[in-house]
Design a protein around this ligand. Structure first.
Ligand SMILES: C[S@@+](CC[C@H](N)C(=O)[O-])C[C@H]1O[C@@H](n2cnc3c(N)ncnc32)[C@H](O)[C@@H]1O
Length: 205
């Protein structure tokens, strides 16, 4: 990602209400459902990569999760989430960085990415993401990832995206990750549009 892309995302979160962007979800239902099915202890370490202003961590704090991190290239996105969480914001690690330039200093039990990987349209960006993923996870870690599906939009937030089905995502992640579950979701945007998402749960071997 270039500084220009960071500026793009900063501008998005500075100028648009968090509940007006196309990716807004009142409740992150698919993510919570995927986590429920894993029956993890609330002490499990979870990172929401490109979490933006998502309320996933709010819902997990409410459920007692105690080891949460949110990473995003755009500081203003995290500021929205922190303001919303008020005192609970101090219970979360906030990381302002480009995931493709990040070297995780620890490993997470769950790596969650909704609508971030699909912005990496260059092979070297995806390779850099995978390096971060491999450093930030351990054998047994789960990866919950959602991208636009093959019949989803070609752009998001004015940027081109790479669309995937489960097989294509599995090929990107390589043999170190086994595909456990996949499903499609029709996301309803705040403007009333429909967007096809492909969700996958991988397990690190
Ligand atoms: C479509 S939004 C999705 C936000 C959130 N995951 C959700 O579901 O509400 C994409 C997010 O990825 C972030 N992002 C884009 N490229 C990134 C990168 N290279 N590293 C980290 N975050 C990035 C953006 O700032 C934005 O918050």
């Amino acid at each position: 990602m270039t500084a220009t892309q960071q500026e793009h995302w900063d501008e998005v979160y500075r100028t648009k209400a968090a509940d007006s962007v196309s990716w807004y979800q009142p409740t992150p239902e698919p993510s919570l459902r995927a986590l429920d099915e894993m029956h993890l202890p609330v002490t499990a370490a979870l990172i929401d990569v490109g979490g933006g202003a998502s309320s996933l961590v709010d819902r997990l704090v409410e459920r007692g999760w105690s080891d949460l991190a949110v990473l995003d290239i755009a500081a203003p996105a995290l500021d929205v989430a922190k303001a919303r969480l008020r005192g609970d914001a101090t219970r979360i690690a906030w990381l302002v960085t480009d995931v493709t330039k990040w070297r995780p200093g620890r490993r997470y039990d769950v790596w969650h990415d909704r609508a971030v990987f699909h912005f990496l349209t260059e092979p070297e960006q995806r390779l850099a993401y995978r390096r971060a993923l491999e450093t930030g996870t351990a054998p047994g870690s789960a990866v919950i990832i959602a991208t636009f599906a093959t019949d989803g939009p070609e752009r998001c937030s004015g940027l081109p995206v790479q669309r995937y089905d489960a097989a294509a995502l599995a090929a990107e992640f390589g043999s170190a990750f086994s595909l456990e579950r996949e499903w499609r979701e029709e996301h309803m945007t705040p403007g009333g549009g429909r967007q096809s998402f492909q969700w996958c749960v991988f397990r690190r071997r």
